[in-house]
Design a protein around this ligand. Structure first.
Ligand code: 5GP
Ligand code: MG
Length: 178
């Protein structure tokens, strides 16, 4: 499969869309077994998780709601230490089962500050579903309930993830070519 150029950098295929779909199939079944009777609220973290969320939601054949929040803290190819507030949350979380839908957990800094904020809004439980997880970058210790795939510390784009705004529309996931 071909390399792609995003801005000034070259990326190579890392995870094909087919592999992604298999991982989501698995995850959706596990999530359904856990929460199918709880009318969960899927809280999708924009922008990166929008593609993953669309595929995940359509495999959840039970009552649920979906909402979107923003808390982007990523600039270029390095995580900034600035964690922003939750923007755009207008659902009442009181007594709800909330499933955060993330594209990727890297250092964990973003979610470590976000989960307590959601708990403060009196959610009954807050679960975390991430398509990708970088175990070697993870600096925190909160539990990650649902993980699609573990990956090494490469910078990746595609399937919703961007490099400075571009590359989100790629169907496969690409990694930076050294
Ligand atoms: P963390 O706070 O866990 O370090 O990173 C959280 C956010 O950084 C993710 O939700 C994602 O938006 C972004 N991020 C982390 N690693 C990557 C990566 O390899 N590529 C891209 N495009 N974004 C990433
Ligand atoms: Mg994200």
């Amino acid at each position: 499969m071909n390399d792609v150029t995003v801005h000034d950098k070259t990326f190579e295929v890392f995870i094909t869309n087919e592999e992604i779909q298999k991982a989501i199939d698995k995850m959706a079944k596990i999530i359904a077994a856990d929460v199918k009777d709880k009318q969960p609220l899927f809280l999708v973290v924009l922008n990166g998780a929008f593609v993953f969320a669309a595929d995940l939601m359509r495999r959840f054949d039970f009552d649920c709601e979906v909402s979107f929040v923003k808390l982007s803290s990523y600039v270029g190819t390095k995580t900034t230490s600035v964690v922003r507030e939750i923007i755009g949350l207008d659902e009442v979380l009181h007594n709800r089962t909330v499933i955060i839908v993330e594209d990727i957990i890297d250092t964990g800094i973003t979610m470590a500050s976000t989960i307590p904020k959601l708990m403060k809004l009196e959610a009954k439980e807050v679960k975390l579903a991430t398509l990708l997880f970088k175990p070697n970058a993870f600096q925190k210790d909160f539990p990650i309930d649902y993980i699609g795939m573990e990956i090494p510390n490469d910078f990746i784009v595609g399937y919703g993830l961007d490099y400075d705004g571009f590359g989100r529309n790629l169907s496969d996931i690409y990694k930076l070519k050294e």
